[in-house]
Write a protein that binds this ligand. Structure first.
Ligand SMILES: Nc1nc2c(ncn2[C@@H]2O[C@H](COP(=O)(O)OP(=O)(O)O)[C@@H](O)[C@H]2O)c(=O)[nH]1
Ligand SMILES: [Mg+2]
Length: 679
């Protein structure tokens, strides 16, 4: 493992909650490694990351920021991921392309829960990761408490690698627990080596012992040494740290400050010595060591100048400009730096680059020699949690709109578009309001499309509760040919879910065979918009009798007769509104369970039960039926109760009668909408 393979280019993702300082940390890492000569600031809008107009406008990362650096002769690519839970698909996808993740955390114990979903993902995929507790230059940080709170949300043991040196309330340096050396932070530069302060000697000993005991859980030799009170050699400790990180057995914890430049060199050294080589990561992903060139697309970008750009991690071999892959010619190999890219001739194993114009290749695709069958499953697109009905401001722009959205959904698979034919509505779905707003801003900035949004229409239906027998007769005598159709029908309710049934009980040819399909058609056409204005379901219509005229009867006449019968009959059948009910599974940290249940009740929901969330210590799931009409801002309320981590999954379950004031309002609104549509 040491030597040649370690010097292959490696990649690390910077992940963690929104605003914990990932983009600032990227900037600090680039500055410290000399990749940039001036360290930008978030507040000045001068960082390498977050260069897109959308990121600047929202003052947060809304896409991954990729940048390369070289540290002590080794190549690195850093992928700074958006932290907002609404953009977590981007983080999950990027994590598939790296050798390790740096989870950037706030120093506030109360916010530890915010990293829980991320740690779950990392552990479920066994992706090596370490924690970087950021912002420690702020007075009064409580590292021990923060660590405890973080441990409560991590399945793997967190191993503190340094103890802080403080002057008053402020952290001004650290003692490294492996080398047992003390350093004083020197902003902008490597820290200064100092003597271990006497006052910290005990604390250092205890913390070191704790660290070694954790490592001994996975190393019998080390365990023996500890039992016999033998000081393990430093190399053995480093070896264990690297191995246990690679196997996702432990999570080392560092701290520092991205903005004050504390702990950056320490972090870089840890990455250098402990992050596995791409050969190991490829093996973790189930990619064979031998074979032709192979890469995986973790992100697609439709950039203005380059066209489609597939961001890939190269797991085997080499890719060059002009080479044919998956039936497309690579139209440019690009090294990425934030919002800009530089053309290179080729890229090799371990590198993370953009490949131009691979038109048929999607995010997640394994390209090159995709003979490898065991490649780890790509993260599924996240369940949509929020939706807008959308429409192009300019009438003729709808086709352009669908095309633009297809591109955005290719860039971010947690965005999806659905065409609701029933209501003639385009529904954009995603992870939250900001997620969708950013998509809409991108449509303006990149495709020059102004998009209008509103709440999506709830697909109500209606049905009947009583039977009726009616007669419909269409007779017209206007000059030459007349029109004649005449039907008797029974309309009857059917059980929920039965749909529509048409029954023909004509005897003796009182309605000739050839006209019966027209009767059915007339009925069906009427059911598209029933007495209350919604599609009618769960009823049976029986054609019992009728009469005809040898000359004047026609398909059209019988269809019209059927419609007349239905329009007279249906209102007599005691129509009732049906509302769609979803089966929803809410998942929240246990302290929010009672609140989640109250949300369900407050939204006319029915709680079916709650339970501990499987595999998630300290989390619960609440199962409930919730009306679809009550769902639109559910995610917003859940997140506001849970620091953003509460979420839900859903699927349509059934239709349910809706009566009373709520129903009256729905019917009234529908009538107004129909009246407006018919001008
Ligand atoms: N005090 C302090 N603030 C920081 C530090 N790093 C980042 N910030 C601030 O935290 C906010 C979010 O930073 P950013 O890098 O955009 O976080 P991200 O969302 O994780 O990428 C900004 O206001 C930064 O100025 C730090 O080390 N110390
Ligand atoms: Mg950021």
């Amino acid at each position: 493992m040491i030597g040649k393979s370690l010097s292959l280019p490696r990649a690390a993702a910077l992940v963690g909650p929104f605003a914990s300082g990932k983009t600032s940390l990227l900037e600090a890492l680039l500055f410290r490694t000399g990749a940039i000569t001036r360290q930008g600031r978030i507040k000045d809008g001068s960082t390498v990351g977050d260069a897109s107009p959308e990121a600047r406008a929202h003052q947060m990362s809304v896409e991954p920021n990729v940048a390369g650096a070289e540290y002590l002769g080794e190549k690195w690519t850093f992928v700074d991921c958006p932290g907002s839970i609404e953009f977590q698909q981007e983080a999950y996808n990027a994590l598939m392309a790296v050798d390790a993740a740096v989870v950037v955390c706030e120093p506030d114990p109360a916010r530890a829960v915010m990293v829980a979903p991320l740690l779950k993902f990392l552990d479920s995929r066994k992706i090596p990761h370490l924690l970087f507790i950021n912002k420690v230059e702020v007075a009064g940080v409580r590292l021990r408490e923060t660590l405890e709170a973080l441990q409560a949300v991590s399945d793997r043991p967190l191993i503190l690698r340094e103890v802080p040196i403080r002057e008053g309330e402020a952290v001004t340096g650290f003692i490294d627990l492996v080398s047992e050396r003390a350093y004083k932070y020197h902003p902008g530069q490597t820290s200064d080596l100092i003597k271990i302060p006497d006052t910290l000697k005990d604390e250092e000993r205890t913390a070191r012992q704790e660290m070694l005991e954790h490592l001994a859980d996975f190393d019998d030799h080390l365990l023996e040494e500890l039992l016999e009170d033998v000081q393990p050699p430093t190399d053995e400790v480093y070896g264990d740290l690297a191995k246990d990180l690679a196997d996702d057995l432990i999570v080392p914890v560092f701290f520092g400050s991205a903005e004050a430049d504390f702990g950056i060199t320490r972090l870089l050294k840890a990455l250098r010595h402990e992050v596995p080589a791409p050969t190991a990561s490829a093996a973790r992903l189930g990619i064979a060591a031998e074979g032709g060139p192979l890469a995986q697309v973790f992100k697609t970008v439709h950039a203005a100048h380059t066209g489609k750009l597939s961001l890939v991690r190269i797991w085997r071999g080499e890719f060059s400009d002009g080479q044919t892959i998956e039936g497309s010619r690579i139209g440019g190999v690009y090294a990425m730096t934030g919002g800009s890219q530089a053309k290179v001739a080729k890229a090799g194993m371990g590198e993370l680059v953009g490949l131009g114009r691979l038109d048929t290749v999607a995010t997640g695709a394994v390209i090159g020699s995709p003979s490898d069958t065991g490649v780890a499953a790509w993260p599924e697109a996240l369940t949509p949690l929020f939706a807008f009905a959308i429409q192009a401001e300019k009438k003729g722009d709808d086709v352009k709109l669908t095309g633009a959205l297809a591109k955005l959904a290719e860039e971010d698979p947690s965005l999806s578009l659905e065409h609701n034919a029933e209501f003639g509505e385009l529904v954009l779905r995603g992870q939250g309001e900001i997620h969708l707003q950013v998509a809409i801003e991108r449509m303006k900035s990149r495709f020059n499309l102004v998009v209008l949004t509103r709440k999506p229409t709830v697909p109500y239906k209606e049905t009947i509760r009583k039977a009726a027998t009616v007669h419909g007769r269409h007779k017209k005598q206007s000059g030459g040919h007349g029109q004649f159709g005449d039907v008797h029908i029974d309309i009857a309710p059917q059980p929920r879910g039965a749909g529509f049934t048409f029954i023909d009980k004509i005897v003796g040819g009182v309605v000739p065979r050839q006209y019966i399909p027209s009767v059915e058609e007339g009925v069906r056409e009427f059911l598209v918009q029933g007495a209350l204005g919604f599609p009618v379901v769960d009823l049976a219509v029986t054609l019992t009798a009728g009469s005809y005229h040898t000359v004047d009867s026609s398909d059209m006449a019988f269809k019209t007769a059927a419609r007349i019968a239905m329009s007279e009959g249906l209102p007599q059948c005691d129509p009732v509104l049906l509302e769609p009910i979803l089966l929803v599974e809410i998942s929240v940290p246990s302290e929010a369970t009672a609140k989640a249940q109250r949300i369900v009740s407050g939204r006319r929901g029915q709680i079916l039960g709650y339970d501990a969330k499987e595999g998630w210590l300290g989390w619960d799931t609440v199962n409930a039926y919730l009306p679809q009409s009550e769902m639109d801002d559910l995610i917003i309320e859940l997140r506001s109760l849970t620091m953003g981590v509460g979420t839900f999954s859903w699927k349509f379950d059934h239709l349910q009668d809706l009566t009373g004031r709520v129903a009256d309002k729905v019917i009234e609104d529908r009538k107004a909408a129909l009246a407006a549509a018919h001008g």
